[in-house]
Design a binder for this molecule. Sequence first.
Ligand code: 26Q
Length: 831
Amino acid sequence: MDGFLKNDPISLQKDILYHVEYTVARSRFSFDDFEAYQALAHSVRDRLIERSHDTQLYFKRKDPKRAYFLSLEFLMGRSLSNSVINLGIRDQYADALSQLGFEFEVLAEQEGDAALGNGGLARLSACQMDSMATLDYPAWGYGLRYQYGLFRQVILDGFQHEQPDFWLNFGNPWETERVHVTYPVKFYGTVEEEILNGQKCNAWNPGEVVEAVAYDNPIPGYGTRNTITLRLWAGKPSDQRDMEAFNTGDYINAVVSRQKAENISSVLYPDDRSYQGKELRLKQQYFFVSASMQDIIRRFKDAHSNFDEFPEKVALQLNDTHPSLAIVEVMRVLVDEEHLDWNKAWDIVCKLFSFTIHAVIAEGLEKIPVDLLGSLLPRHLQIIYDINFNFVEELKKRIGLDYDRLSRMSIVEEAAVKSIRMANLSVVCSHTVNGVSKVHSELLRTKLFKDFYELWPEKFQCKTNGVTQRRWIVVSNPSLCALLSKWLGTEAWIRNVDLLTGLREYAEDADLQQEWMMVKKVNKMRLAEYIEAMSGVKVSLDAMFDVQTKRIHEYKRQLLNILGIIHRYDCIKNMDKSQRSKVVPRVCIIGGKAAPGYEVAKKIIKLCNAVAEKINNDTDVGDLLKLVFIPDYNVSLAEVVIPGADLSQHLSTAGHEASGTGSMKFLMNGCLLLATEDGSTVEIIEEIGGRESGKCYLRDNSLRICFLQFLFGAKIHEVPELREKGPAHKLPLQCARVLGLIRDGHFGFEDYFQSLCDSVEGDDFYLLCSDFGSYLEAQAAADKAFADPKKWTQMSILSTAGSGRFSSDRTIRDYAEKSWGIEPCRFPSEF
Ligand code: 26Q
C-alpha cells in the first residue's frame, strides 16, 4: 500500500502550511525563510517516516541477513535537498513553494550541516549509507549523536581559531528521538567470580551506569521506497545511577552529577591522526558499542530463540578500529549474560565482523593503555587477555617459537606503556579485513599486516572507496545533472553510474562541448560569488579555478601548493608586459581545517593567508593570479566548490594517502586532477588514462600529453631511497628562492614561518624538495592544456565519463557480496 501522504503541489503546500502553523507555531500568514525551511523539512520528514516504517516492517517480515555499519563518525552535511531528490519530489516541492512565494534553493540554504565527523572516513560513511539505501540493502548505520560537531573554523588575521558547533541549537527536524529505545551502559567497577547454577561465571559490578537513548535519522534511497536508518546514541542520566546520593539527601549534587551523563556524547574529537589515550574518547567508543550491540542483539532475539543463527542473520562492519570494542562486547554478552560456553561464543564472534582500515602507517593504529582500559572496562580487559592467550597459543602451533613475530602479532603490546593493539584485535577476530584502495590494500598485505597476511591470506581484501553521485552530482551540480540526462537520453545513470561511459562517444562533439563549458561557467560563477561575498576578492571567470580542499596535513602537502604559488607569483613579477600577456590566469583556492593541536598545520594556514594577502593586493599581478583561503570548509561548501573547479590538486607524498575520496568528487564534476600517484589516484589513472597507462581516449595527440590528468612526483617505491639520500643535494634552485622569500619576510611573520622552511630544507620528510621540479612541470602542462579550451573540455568530459568506477554503489555492492553476505531486500512498490 502506498502511504497516506500525497505529493502533488497542492497537497505539499497544505502540508507546509500545516507545519508552519502547528509544528513551527508561527502564523501561516506570516513566516520568514527559516521558519519556511523548518516547516518544509517537517513535511519532508513525514514522508521519510512513512517510508522508513514500511521498510522496517518489510525487513521484519522477510528477516533477511542484515548489515550493521558501525562508525564513530558520519559527515552527513545537509539533508533537505538530498532527501527530496532521493524521494523524487524536488520539483513538486519547488512548485509548491513558489506558489507560496518562496524559492526552494533559498530555503535549502537555511539548513546547517550535520558535521559529526572529521574528514575522509566520516564522509565515506555518509556516502556509503546513501548507497546502502539506494541498492535496497537491509542495513543500519550506528553512530554517536554528538551535541557539538566538528569545530567551526574562523580565520582572524590569517590564523585559525576554533569555535564550537552547537548544531542542535535550532532543533533538528531530521531526527526522531526514541524515548523507549534506551539501554544502560556500564563503566568502571569490579569483576567477581560467581557460581550460577553450579557454573563459574564472571559478574561485573559497575561503578557507573549511563543510559543511551536512540535518535533515528532516515536515509532514503534513490528510485526506491526503501529508507534505512542511521541510529545515533546520546547519553542520558540513568535511574540506576546515584540513587544512593539521593537517599543521603545531597539532592543538588546528585542532580548535577546525573547531568554529567550527557557529557559522554557531547563532543566529537577533532583530531584525525593521533590516539592520545583519553578516557572520554574510550568512554565514547564503549558507550556507542554497548548500546549498538544491545540493540542488535535485541532485534535478533525478537525473531530467534537461540544464537545458532546469529552469524547467518547479522554482519557487523567495523569502520576502522574505533568501534572494535564491539568484538569484546559481543563475547562478553554471549559468555557472561547469555551463558554460552567460551568456544561456542568465539565461533560465533569470528563469523560476525569485517574490518576496514583507513590508516597507512603503524603509528596511525589505535592503541589503548591497559591501565585505562582495565579501570574503565575491567571485564573487557580480562576477555581481551583470554582472546590473546588463545590466539598466541594457536600461533605458536602454526609458526613455532619465533618470539619476535609472536610479540609483533600479539594483541597486547609489552612496551613502556602496556597497551592493547586494537588493529591486531580486529584482524584476529574479523573474517575479512580490507584496505580502501588497491595500493593501500597491498601495503596492508606487505607491510602493516604482513605477519597476519602470511598467516591468513584469505582474510585480506581490497575495497576501493567510492562516493555517491546522488550527492556529488545530482544535489550539488544540477546543471551538469540535467546535461548528462539529456545527452545520455536517460536518468538511469543516477542509479547506474557506469552509463556515464556513454558520454565518451560525444567527447569531441561541438554542441556537447559548448553546453559543457556553459555548465562549468555557471558553477564557476556561483563559486566566484561566494568567494567575493566571503573575502571581498573579485576573481575572473576566465581564469583556471585551481582547488585544493581537504583537511590540512603535512603529508597532504598544502605547503607544496603554496610554494608553487609563490614561485608563480615570483615569475609573474619578473616578467615584462609581453610575457605577462601569455600567462594563463589562475585562481588558486585552498581550504581545510587543521586539528586544534596540530601546530604545523596551523602555520600552513597562516602562510596561505599571508601569501594571499600579498598577491591579491599586488596590482602588477591583477587577474593573472589570485589566492583564496576558504574558511570552514565543510560538506555544504564542498557542494559549491567542487562543481566550480577546473583543476584539483591531490599532492600527498606517495604512500601516505590510504585512498582519498575528494579526487573522485572532482572527477565526477569534470575536473582534471593534478596529482601524485598515491591511493585512489593510481586507480583513477588506470581507469581513465594517464602517465604510463595504456588507455588513451584522446584521439588527437597534438598536445604533448595524451593523458587526462597531470601527474608528478616520486612514486611509492621511490620514496624510501629519496628519504635516505637526504635533502642537501636535491634542493632545486626555484625551491630555494621561494623559501628565501618567506624567510626574508616578503609575506611578514618571518620568525613564525622559519620552522616551516626548516622542515623543507632540513630532513624534508615529505619530499617537497625532491618533488618540486616535477610539480612545476605538471603545473606548466596544466597551463598549456587550459590554453586550448576545446582540448580541455574534451578532457573534462572524459573525466566525468570515466568516473563510474568511483561510485560508492560499486563499493557497497562489493562489501555486500564479499564481506557481509547480504542481499537486497526491496520494498515491493513503486516509490
Ligand atoms: C581516533 C582516536 C581518537 C581521536 C580521533 C581518532 C581518529 C578520528 C578520525 C582517527 C582517524 C580518523 C580519520 C581518518 C580518516 O579520515 N582517514 C581517511 O579515510 C579516508 C576514507 O577511507 C581515506 O580516503 C583517506 O585516505 C584517509 O586518510
